[in-house]
Design a protein around this ligand. Structure first.
Ligand SMILES: Cc1ncc(COP(=O)(O)O)c(C=O)c1O
Length: 489
């Protein structure tokens, strides 16, 4: 069935698109009813019906004797997701649903609002290409280097230590180079915990972290998390006092999907509390360099005085997801992590470690970060405005302080899988919220990748998505069916 079977719905969709793209900005007057009727060759009553529909959707206001005006719609901030956390540690089982979603999202021609990969056009591919050629000419031995003991490329380690000088003094001996941030986290989990142990995570958190916990037979405990300031330290302290937590796995800087940044005093308190309870923290800092704050936020590792924090990151988001170079600053777990690394995949290629070291040392990385932060902040703001204008007025939104994803809470009755199913049928990829919770909560949330440049195709996709969410909100059966089929998948 078409979404816009009636003339008035077609006109409403066209006008809401113009509002979403700010052709008609908040506070501006729409063309008069008579003008619209003449221009669009529609009857006056069809135009009025379309305008009433937009009024019902909270997009415009009628002003007596004056016409219709685009409503100022301050985006409503998300509230803390406390009520949506389960209180019990639970085994995770998201992989089947996740793989189904990722396969659908990666079909050719689909508009990518799903996975949080940076768009190629923002990456310094040319610069990396030049570094690769000059390094291969200068030091071809790097292409053959292999060792089971010296797996770190010294120049790469030097750059990691130098970049951390702003917030602390890293011991090169505690750094293990890995093939990605994912590998760094996987090895860290294996170093600090075992099957059956409970890992505290933010509600919500990046689905691959949940998958790692799942694959290692560990349990996850969701801790309430504020969309601006991150995990609730008070709630975590309660869980620690009850002896429920064996390790923590958190994204304190620009959490994926919330975009929250934990304030310094919370980071300090967290490091102290975890050291006191001797519970290690695995800190995923992959977005630490892509925050929009005036000063780059420190990691929790900056406050670690006992080697209790394992800081994990990579160059996948800002330089090259294909280089597959990451690292773990593993504190007192360095030896275990290093051994696990060698046993699971051997050394990460020295050549690409050296390429990244050159890229960072020559100043290109800082230039790249400045450019990305500026552009990503703009794109997030533009997409957020467009989404807020197209989606039902009850939706609330994250206000990301870094990264490039937007987290959206939809009306209670709307299931993220139902929205995903219909979005895919319309050639649009996104991530359903349930995948960001270990226990199947957060079902009325979705995450959108906002890293792409604003194009007519993206603009049309956001408008279409808004129509889909309205439709699913109006027909609860669609959500019930989607939830059932997701459960049995
Ligand atoms: C929070 C977070 N951690 C880790 C990763 C994966 O990084 P890598 O490609 O280095 O494994 C991602 C990618 O989306 C992410 O969002």
């Amino acid at each position: 069935m078409s979404f816009q079977s009636n003339l008035y719905e077609q006109l409403a969709a066209e006008l809401s698109g113009l509002i979403a793209s700010r052709i008609f900005a908040p506070g501006e007057r729409l063309p008069s009813i008579r003008h619209l009727a003449q221009q669009k060759r529609l009857s006056i009553s069809t135009v009025i019906q379309a305008l009433r529909l937009l009024e019902d959707r909270g997009l415009i206001d009628a002003k007596p004797q004056a016409g219709y005006y685009v409503r100022h719609r301050p985006r409503t901030m998300l509230a803390v997701q406390a009520g949506e956390c389960s209180q019990e540690p639970a085994f995770v089982g998201i992989t089947n649903q996740l793989m189904r979603v990722l396969r659908a999202n990666e079909a050719p021609g689909v508009i990518q609002l799903g996975s949080a990969w940076p768009p190629d056009e923002l990456l310094p591919i040319k610069r990396i290409q030049q570094t690769v050629s000059s390094l291969a000419r200068r030091d071809p031995a790097l292409l053959a280097r292999v060792s089971c003991v010296d797996t770190n490329e010294p120049n790469f380690i030097r750059q990691i230590v130098r970049r951390a000088v702003d917030w602390g003094k890293l011991d090169p001996a505690e750094i293990v180079v890995t093939s990605s941030c994912t590998e760094a986290i996987n090895l860290s989990l294996r170093a600090v915990a075992k099957a059956g142990d409970t890992i505290a995570v933010e509600s919500s958190t990046y689905f691959v972290l949940l998958q790692l916990i799942e694959s290692l037979g560990m349990k996850a405990l969701e801790i309430p998390t504020h969309p601006k300031t991150g995990i609730s330290i008070d709630a975590l302290e309660l869980a620690l006092n009850e002896g429920l937590v064996d390790a923590c796995l958190l994204i304190p800087n620009a959490n994926n999907p919330l975009g929250s940044i934990m304030p310094d005093e919370n980071k300090k308190r967290l490091a102290f509390l975890l050291a006191l309870h001797q519970v290690p923290l695995i800190e995923d800092d992959i977005y630490g360099d892509l925050c929009f704050t005036a000063e780059q936020p420190r990691p929790v590792k900056a406050y670690d005085t006992t080697g209790n924090v394992l800081l994990c990151s990579s160059f996948s988001k800002a330089v090259s997801p294909a280089a597959r170079v990451g690292y773990c600053v593993a504190g007192r777990y360095a030896q275990q992590v290093a051994l696990l690394k060698t046993l699971s995949s051997g050394a990460t290629g020295h050549f690409f470690q050296a390429v990244l070291a050159d890229f960072v040392a020559g100043g290109s990385y800082d230039n790249q970060l400045r450019k990305m932060r500026r552009i990503l902040a703009q794109r997030l703001a533009q997409m957020s405005d467009a989404v807020a204008a197209s989606f039902p007025s009850e939706c609330t939104f994250s206000e990301p302080q870094g990264g490039f994803v937007l987290w959206i809470k939809m009306p209670e009755q709307v299931d993220g899988f139902a929205v995903h199913e219909q979005a895919i049928a319309n050639g649009i990829a996104l991530m359903p919220g349930t995948l960001f919770s270990p226990t199947g909560n957060l079902r009325n949330y979705i995450r959108l990748n906002c890293g792409n440049a604003w194009t007519p195709a993206i603009e049309a996709a956001i408008r279409r998505l808004g129509e889909i969410v309205h439709r699913v909100a109006d027909d609860p059966l669609v959500s019930i069916r989607a939830e059932q089929s997701a459960r049995t998948a």
